[in-house]
Ligand binder design. Structure first.
Ligand SMILES: NC(=O)c1ccc[n+]([C@@H]2O[C@H](COP(=O)([O-])OP(=O)(O)OC[C@H]3O[C@@H](n4cnc5c(N)ncnc54)[C@H](O)[C@@H]3O)[C@@H](O)[C@H]2O)c1
Length: 275
């Protein structure tokens, strides 16, 4: 896969899955712009990629922030060919810590009591994807086409009562992917979603701690051991997923090898969603 002469934006690319995507695209020679809340980490990750790359402090929830950063990328690199909408968060604090000990987000009035949390989760995962796409699409179209990859989640594909806000947001990302694929196809822009399974990133560290707190049998385990237990029980292939796994598929979908694939949501989950 080669991305020589192509320019990619990766949102939330300072660490975790986003860093995996940035590395996979950089391995094919793409120029990379990382947008992240953590500007210092974005710069450090960009500097380590071994290609022309920049890291910018951007909150992808804010339209003016995303639009200004996108124009900076065009001013620096002259074009945009690829967008990876990976910025997202909110699953631990909203659905496990906040509602710890309750029966679930949709029961007991928890949802109405926590409207701000609900709105934030939708914004962190769905509005970010919409806004970064809105800013980048005219530039990708000006190149005669390109690729957008949206990072959803298996939580958007299966029912999950304790992750309702996050699940709804990620299902929204999958639906938005289909609408964008249909509407942007005539401009040569392909739009696909990836649904990652279980990855040991910062997001999962918080989740493992919450699972441990609600499960006395796990009290003597480290968060990493809790995570490996979940992997052992829930993943048919018996192994955790990695940022490189997600990065490799994002690169394939964004390359010419994926030129007939659009509007799809592909799970990289070791078979979790088979049952
Ligand atoms: N870790 C998993 O198991 C898993 C599974 C399925 C889906 N996902 C999704 O993958 C994506 C990346 O998650 P991760 O596990 O790498 O998390 P992470 O916390 O390790 O990294 C997320 C990065 O995104 C940045 N970010 C968050 N909100 C942002 C915003 N509004 N604007 C700009 N940057 C922002 C953070 O600063 C951070 O650097 C998320 O969309 C997440 O929902 C993760």
């Amino acid at each position: 896969m080669t991305f020589e002469g192509r320019v990619a934006i990766v949102t939330g690319g300072a660490r975790g899955i986003g860093e995996g995507i940035a590395s996979a695209l950089a391995a094919g020679g793409a120029k990379i712009a990382i947008f992240d809340l953590d500007g210092e980490a974005a710069e450090a990750t960009a500097a380590a990629l071994g290609v022309e790359a920049i890291g910018l402090a951007v909150d992808c929830i804010e339209e003016t922030d995303v639009a200004a950063a996108t124009e900076k990328v065009v001013a620096r690199f002259g074009a945009i060919d690829i967008l990876a909408n990976n910025a997202g968060a909110g699953r631990g604090p909203i659905d496990l810590s906040q509602f710890q000990g309750q029966e679930g987000l949709l029961r007991g009035g928890a949802l109405s009591d926590n409207q701000a949390q609900w709105d934030l989760t939708l914004a962190q995962n769905l509005r970010t994807t919409f806004l970064a796409s809105k800013a980048a699409v005219p530039h990708i179209a000006a190149r005669g086409g390109g690729s957008i990859v949206n990072i959803a989640s298996i939580a958007g594909q299966v029912a999950s009562p304790t992750l309702a806000a996050y699940a709804a947001a990620k299902a929204g990302v999958i639906s938005l992917t289909r609408s964008m694929a249909l509407e942007l196809g005539p401009k040569g822009i392909r739009v696909n979603a990836i649904c990652p399974g279980f990855l040991w990133t910062r997001a999962w560290e918080g989740l493992a701690t919450s699972i441990q707190m609600s499960n006395p049998a796990m009290k003597d385990l480290t968060p990493r051991e809790v995570f490996l237990n979940v992997v052992k029980q829930g993943v048919p292939l018996g192994r955790e997923q990695t940022p490189a796994d997600i990065g490799n598929l994002a690169a394939f979908l964004s390359s010419d090898l994926g030129m007939n694939i659009t509007g799809q949501a592909i799970a990289v989950d070791g078979g979790i969603t088979l049952r």
